[in-house]
Design a protein around this ligand. Structure first.
Ligand code: GLY
Ligand code: MN
Ligand code: MN
Length: 408
């Protein structure tokens, strides 16, 4: 019921930290509605998963009621009521018991049909309702906690609704030792996937065959498969940022962009390498590749606590603009990485424990030539550590790795 990679105590500590940060305000985090689909998996809202480690409890919620006089009622897990008809389809569920409380790390577990009454009591005591779920754009449905809080505020006098949507992202951004360990495992699985893929990379191979090797190796390494749709694009496809048809032939003379990351224990890696299909970069490919690499190294050097991502972006952009390719670097420098490949983004600058991707690129469709290089970087007290540094990326290292892979 609880993901074992992190451990029930760490989930409990996360909830205790959030309860303190709420400073007396009421919060609710919803898993989200749904049912296990026939294809793929139902996944909870990642804020809920981060606080509980529960993957399959659709309809569940956690209620934070910091002003409850009974300390065991300040953080309550609400699970959907048991229903024999549904259980016959979706699997059998447990009754609420001391065993379930121990297993989940919650001192109090109730059923979701009690939420309205519990929330009424919490709101009357606290008078402050804190939005924890990310706000939606005005085109999308209102976030689930704000929708409920608006109804509550219509029914009680003197209640205010406040924006605390940065609380969970700023917690999620700082990766614990256990989380860092899982992301390192995901990166190792990605590295093994790229190595295995290179043994198959030669002119005439289909991008799909390369993707198959990548994903099979991710799983063989104990990972959960790809953490996102892999991008395996040769020639013109190397210039398409989120290309995922992955069904064309890679030809002699093409560059191949491979943006693929394994998942491991719920966490994502996100790595990009660019390979010459022939095994040797042409002069032009080497020229563009070297500029992207120099830009990436400049961005990585700019990372330290207190720096904003736009400053890291400027370090890379400066190198690319100086080389005359400013108009061909058309995306941002990177993003936070964690439970989600594009992980929750906290407000403010980088801090120790954050893990971000650094992924500049130059895309020249007229030349059918795209280059992106992406690594996963841990922010440390002293600056940063490249968690994917072991995956070859200089021109010489890449050519040598390809030669080795092909002669094995
Ligand atoms: N693979 C998607 C990204 O790099 O952001
Ligand atoms: Mn990527
Ligand atoms: Mn990325």
């Amino acid at each position: 019921m609880i993901d074992q990679h992190i451990g029930v105590q760490e989930y409990r500590k996360r909830r205790e930290a959030l309860l303190r940060s709420l400073k007396g305000a009421v919060g609710v985090v919803f898993a989200g509605e749904g049912a296990p689909p026939l294809v793929g998996r139902w996944t909870p809202h990642q804020h809920f998963y981060y606080l509980t480690g529960m993957k399959a409890e659709h309809g569940a919620a956690v209620l934070f009621d910091p002003k409850s006089p009974d300390p065991t009622n300040r953080c309550i897990l609400l699970l959907k009521p048991r229903d024999p008809e549904t259980e016959a389809w979706e699997g059998y569920r447990e009754s609420i018991s001391a065993e379930l409380r121990a297993k989940t790390g919650f001192d109090r577990i109730r059923r979701t049909d009690l939420l309205p009454r519990l929330l009424l009591g919490a709101a009357r005591r606290s008078k402050r309702l804190a939005c924890l779920h990310p706000f939606s754009t005005h085109k999308a449905p209102v976030s689930p906690d704000l929708a409920v809080f608006r109804e509550v505020a219509h029914r009680i006098v003197g209640v205010s609704i406040e924006d605390q949507t940065d609380l969970i992202p700023s917690m999620r951004a700082v990766k614990s030792r256990a989380e860092q360990g899982l992301i390192k495992k995901a990166i190792e699985a990605t590295s093994a996937g790229l190595e295995a893929m290179l043994a198959r990379l030669e002119p005439g191979v289909n991008e799909a065959a390369l993707q198959t090797v990548l994903e099979a190796t991710f799983r063989e390494q104990g990972g959960t498969g790809a953490a996102y749709n892999p991008i395996v694009g040769a020639g013109l496809n190397s210039t398409v940022l989120h290309y995922n048809d992955n069904d064309r032939v890679a030809n002699d003379g093409d560059l191949l962009v491979v943006d693929a990351g394994a998942g491991y224990g719920g966490y994502a890696s996100d790595i990009t390498r660019t390979y010459p299909v022939s095994g040797k970069f042409t002069k032009r490919q080497r020229e563009v590749y070297s500029i992207v690499l120099k830009a990436q190294e400049a961005a990585i050097r700019a990372i330290k606590p207190g720096v904003e991502m736009h400053e890291v972006d400027a370090a890379a952009r400066g190198v690319i603009e100086k080389a005359g390719f400013g108009d061909f670097y058309i995306h941002g420098i990177g993003h936070h990485l964690g439970l989600e490949v594009h992980d929750a983004t906290p407000l403010g600058p980088l801090a120790p424990g954050h893990i971000v991707t650094i992924e500049p690129g130059i895309y020249l469709p007229d030349e059918k030539l795209g280059v992106r290089i992406e690594d996963d970087i841990l922010v440390t007290n002293a600056g940063s550590r490249n968690l994917s540094a072991a995956i070859p990326k200089s021109v010489e290292e890449v050519e040598a790795q390809m030669k080795r892979a092909r002669t094995r």
